[in-house]
Design a protein around this ligand. Structure first.
Ligand code: ADP
Ligand code: MG
Length: 248
């Protein structure tokens, strides 16, 4: 399988005045082309630090990040960061404006994405008029607008209620597959990881290292909500649950 991204011996140390925090130590990891890689791990173990480094907004201390040609990255956070004074369409276009790519073709693409993913009637509405789920969908479309090869999602749905998260995980899965993206998604929700990803990486406590890697296979793989009902689901869920059990 081709890798779109390789992380080699990555380490990150934060230095404060009187102390240092080793967030990541000698981490090695690959992202396969067009896979959904889920990362789970204890709170504070260094997951967001890892994505920040991959997104180029945090400096690494040592190690290598090797992109296989395509290295355009889309980065999405837990909060949707929509601007309340701009409409849905204007918000979705922000990424293109910042990167000076507001061509006619790209604007059409954003409009098409909004149409395709249920936001046609909301383009002229303001974020405050939208449900939390819809807002996250706008944030995802804004991220997709610049046509990134790799999507980095840092607990994108953890602020939403359970029902909305379920529906959005199907949405997200469909969008990722249809748009052919390679994805790293951080989540604290084991069920979300198992039902959506092709591999789940379990990290140790800080400094984060890999504790286990699971190849997730379902005999009849479907949408995430369908996978949750599959026989294999509980098997993976239990193993990852045990990996993360703080009492062990
Ligand atoms: P996670 O996303 O897994 O919860 P983070 O990557 O946010 O963890 O943080 C990992 C560790 O690094 C934590 O102990 C956190 O306190 C520390 N850390 C994160 N950002 C900074 C920073 N800017 N300066 C100092 N320490 C930081
Ligand atoms: Mg985090």
């Amino acid at each position: 399988m081709q890798d779109i991204l390789r992380i080699k011996n990555l380490s990150k140390v934060y230095h404060d005045k009187n102390s240092e925090t080793i967030a990541i130590k000698d981490l090695n990891l690959e992202l396969h082309d067009k896979e959904i890689l889920a990362i789970v791990g204890p709170s504070g173990c260094g997951k967001s630090t890892l994505l920040g480094i991959l997104a180029g907004i945090t400096n690494k201390s040592s190690g290598e990040i090797i992109f296989n040609g395509r290295k355009k990255i889309g980065y999405m956070l837990q909060t949707d960061c929509l601007m309340p004074w701009k409409t849905v369409l204007e918000n979705a276009l922000i990424g293109l404006q910042i990167t000076k790519q507001t061509t006619k073709e790209n604007i059409k693409k954003v409009n098409d994405l909004l149409d395709k993913y249920g936001l046609h009637d909301f383009k002229d509405k303001y974020p405050n008029n939208l449900s939390g789920g819809m807002r996250q969908r706008v944030a995802l479309i804004r991220t997709l607008a610049t046509n990134p090869d790799i999507l980095l999602l840092d607990e994108p749905y953890s602020a939403l209620d359970y029902q909305t998260r379920l529906a959005l995980s199907d949405d997200l899965y469909k969008i990722i597959k249809e748009e052919g993206k390679s994805v790293i998604i951080i989540t604290h929700d084991i069920a979300e990881a198992v039902s959506m990803a092709s591999r789940v990486i379990v990290l140790t406590k800080r400094p984060c290292q890999i504790k286990n890697i699971y190849e997730i296979t379902f005999k009849n793989k479907g949408l995430p909500t369908e996978n949750r009902k599959a026989l294999e689901f509980n098997f993976y869920y239990d193993m990852i649950w045990r990996d993360l059990d703080v009492h062990l």
